[in-house]
Design a protein around this ligand. Structure first.
Ligand code: G3P
Length: 217
C-alpha cells in the first residue's frame, strides 16, 4: 500500500519522507489555507522534496477554467497530480487533462457510481472520503470494498486512494479492503507505531538492562 501524506506542512512531510514513509502528498484548499502559504509556492516546495505524486486542487468549478488551472499547476513540477472535484465539470476536466498525459486525482467521491464515472474519464486516482461517510453514520469501508470489486471486475487501472482517513483503524481497514493508496495526516501515520504491549515490553527490557548493567558500547 502506498502512503500519501495529507498536509501542506513542509516540516511534517520532510520528517516522514526521511523515513521512507512518503510515496506522495495530497493537498486541498483547506490544507493550503491552514498552511498560510501561497498555493504555487508551497506546492513547488513539496514537489522538490517528494518524488511521488503531489496532488494540487483546482479552485474553479467550470470545466474550462479547471483545465486552464490544471495546465498551470502541472507547470510547477512533473509529479503534480491535478485534483478535481467529482462533478460533471470535474469529469470533463479529468478527461481533458488525462488525455494530455497528466495525472488526475478525482476527489470528494462518496459513491461507487461516482468512482465508476471517474475511472471512465481516465482518472489516475479516485479519492473516496472515508471519515466524512463515517460522520453521517455510513460505513466508508463499504465504499472502498465496492470500488475495489467494480474496478477489478472491469480491469480499470484507476488507483483507489482512501482519503479522509482519521484513525489508525481506517488505515488497516483500507489496506484490508485493497485500497492502492491511503492518504492521512502526519499524526495518524505516526500513531500507527503505537502499541501498549510494545511500551510495556520495552519498559521490562529497560529495567533488566539497568539491573544487569548490560552494555553494548
Ligand atoms: O484527503 C482528504 C482529506 O483532507 C479530508 O479529510 O478529515 O477533512 O474529511 P477530512
Amino acid at each position: 500500500m502506498k502512503f500519501f501524506v495529507d498536509t501542506a506542512e513542509i516540516d511534517a512531510i520532510a520528517e516522514l519522507n526521511d523515513l521512507g514513509m512518503v510515496d506522495g502528498v495530497t493537498t486541498n484548499p483547506s490544507l493550503i489555507k491552514k498552511s498560510g502559504r501561497d498555493i504555487i509556492e508551497v506546492t513547488k516546495e513539496i514537489c522538490d522534496l517528494v518524488d511521488g505524486p503531489v496532488s494540487a486542487e483546482v479552485t474553479a468549478t467550470d470545466a474550462d477554467e479547471m483545465i486552464a488551472e490544471g495546465r498551470k499547476l502541472v507547470e510547477i513540477a512533473e509529479n503534480i497530480a491535478v485534483k478535481v472535484p467529482l462533478t460533471w465539470d470535474g469529469l470533463k476536466a479529468c478527461k481533458a487533462l488525462s488525455d494530455d498525459g497528466h495525472m488526475v486525482n478525482v476527489t470528494l467521491c462518496f459513491s461507487a457510481n461516482q468512482a465508476l464515472l471517474a475511472a471512465k474519464a481516465g482518472a489516475t486516482f479516485i479519492s473516496p472520503f472515508i471519515g466524512r461517510l463515517d460522520d453521517i453514520n455510513l460505513d466508508g469501508m463499504d465504499l472502498i470494498a465496492d470500488i475495489r470489486t467494480i474496478y477489478d471486475n472491469y480491469g480499470f487501472d484507476t488507483q483507489i486512494l482512501a482519503a479522509s482517513i482519521r484513525t489508525v483503524n481506517h488505515v488497516t481497514q483500507s489496506a484490508l479492503c485493497g485500497a492502492d493508496v491511503m492518504t492521512a495526516p502526519p499524526g495518524v501515520i505516526k500513531s500507527m507505531v503505537n502499541h501498549p504491549l510494545t511500551d510495556k515490553g520495552l519498559d521490562a527490557f529497560l529495567a533488566d538492562i539497568k539491573a544487569a548493567g548490560i552494555k553494548i558500547l
